[in-house]
Ligand binder design. Structure first.
Ligand code: GRF
Length: 216
């Protein structure tokens, strides 16, 4: 089995990054994490990546005159490392349509809501304000529009009556780690294909593409 070479782009804590690094250690996992890039120099995830033996580098967007030149620097790193797939994991920069187009169906993102509900920021506070009974997360292929693109995997968690945004965020985050591992495996193994802007999963059994988080 040829494992896909994956880069993870982060801006902060990097807990999803860690979940993917851990998943990729399992024998038979179809991807290897070979590079972490952060646009934030003191992102906590950088040290964690290095501690796990993964090359980690900073490309600070503030060092570049504009978005395309920032993305060119990223592109150079990705090419040098012969990257097949890019996982955005708490990466807080929008990517241009050109970059996204060049990597079409090869960039994954995780978002802490059940898309298409609650795109953008403050998802948990907005979910609570809306009174939804379930929330969760979505792993999707990236398109130029923010938090949009074919859905690869979703995980669902209950919203409890006494939740605040932090409690709900913690429950969703643990579901994120499961969903991202699953989604990357589906894509890296070639079992998830985009057809007419929907992801078709080959040999799909229900729990592979829709996860219910049993915790809590
Ligand atoms: C996650 O909630 C992710 O869904 C969102 O940003 C957060 C990043 O967390 N895009 P971490 O850095 O992976 O811990």
């Amino acid at each position: 089995m040829t494992r896909k070479r994956v880069a993870i782009l982060i801006s902060g804590r990097g807990s999803n990054m860690r979940a993917l690094i851990e998943a990729a250690r399992a024998p038979g996992y179809p991807a290897e994490i070979v590079l972490v890039i952060s646009n934030v120099p003191d992102a906590a995830g950088l040290d964690d990546a290095r501690a796990e033996g993964v090359a980690a580098t900073v490309i600070d967007h503030r060092d570049f005159a504009d978005r395309p030149s920032f993305e060119n620097a990223i592109e150079t790193q990705l090419r040098t490392a012969k990257i097949d797939l890019v996982c955005l994991a708490g990466f807080m920069r929008l990517l241009t349509a050109e970059f996204v187009g060049a990597w079409r169906d090869r960039i994954l993102n995780i978002h802490p809501s059940l898309l298409p509900a609650f795109r953008g920021l403050d998802t948990h506070a907005r979910a609570l304000a809306a009174g939804v009974r379930f929330s969760g997360c979505t792993v999707h292929f990236v398109r130029a529009e923010m938090d949009a693109g074919p859905i690869i995997a979703q995980a669902v968690v209950p919203v409890r009556p006494d939740d605040d945004a932090a409690r709900l965020a913690a429950r969703v985050l643990s579901a994120e780690h499961q969903a991202y591992r699953t989604a990357l495996a589906l894509v890296a193994s070639g079992r998830a294909q985009v057809e007419a802007e929907r992801v078709i999963v080959a040999d799909a059994v229900w729990p592979q593409s829709i996860l219910l988080n049993p915790a809590e």
